[in-house]
Design a binder for this molecule. Sequence first.
Ligand SMILES: Nc1ncnc2c1ncn2[C@@H]1O[C@H](COP(=O)(O)OP(=O)(O)OP(=O)(O)O)[C@@H](O)[C@H]1O
Length: 241
Amino acid sequence: MTSLQISVSDVCKSFGKQKVLSEIGVNVFKGEIFGLLGPSGAGKTTLVKMIAGIDTATSGSIKVLDVVMPNLKVLNKVGFMAQSDALYGELTALENLDFFATIYHLKGSIKKERIREVMELVNLLDDIKKPVNQFSGGMKRRLSLGISLLHQPEILILDEPTVGMDPVLRQSIWDELKRLSRNGTTIIVTTHVMDEAEKCDRLAMLRNGRLIATGSTEELKKQTGSATIEDAFLHFGGANR
Ligand SMILES: Nc1ncnc2c1ncn2[C@@H]1O[C@H](COP(=O)(O)OP(=O)(O)OP(=O)(O)O)[C@@H](O)[C@H]1O
């Protein structure tokens, strides 16, 4: 039986008087790649930040691995790649990796090995000794992704992970996400790119802070008689205004 890893029930979020998420309900199961699809400003980042425990809901509840969020207990089991890179510009990539690896209690040869593995994956091994403020935007994204994978988290939350990456690297990142999910990692990924949405097992479509549809990519296309997720999204009213 597939087990529930993330449950979002009746979640609302307001910033001051502005309500940015309304009555969001989403369940994510072990080993799924779950996509949050929506136009800019739909509320994707706000939702994943709350799931990662970085922000709190105004009402409703969020549980990750059966623990009510936010909670430090699950920190070690969650990897979060934010949209704006949380990197130290004056430090080298290696120093950044070392810093985050230490936070995740990785030590000695295991730490060294994991750093090498993730840098190989994001194709940055040759740049590991460069200060991050000499990195391009895409390189910073790749480093952030590598950092989120360091501690082999059970839950991986990625906010627009492949923005600024070339198609070859994008493909290899998706191959890796598929491999991780086959091995039981649960992955939430936000995107506004339709071909990426097609790669997810299930999707929640968001528009103006509301869920307009949830289901497998096949279900969503079938329900709307669409050939593509883009058409299905438009059918559900996903276009921005
Ligand atoms: N800290 C904040 N204070 C006030 N308003 C905010 C804050 N964070 C987000 N918002 C507002 O919440 C809404 C949703 O923003 P959010 O970043 O979650 O959207 P998104 O779907 O991730 O968009 P994008 O794809 O452009 O990143 C927007 O109207 C945004 O202006």
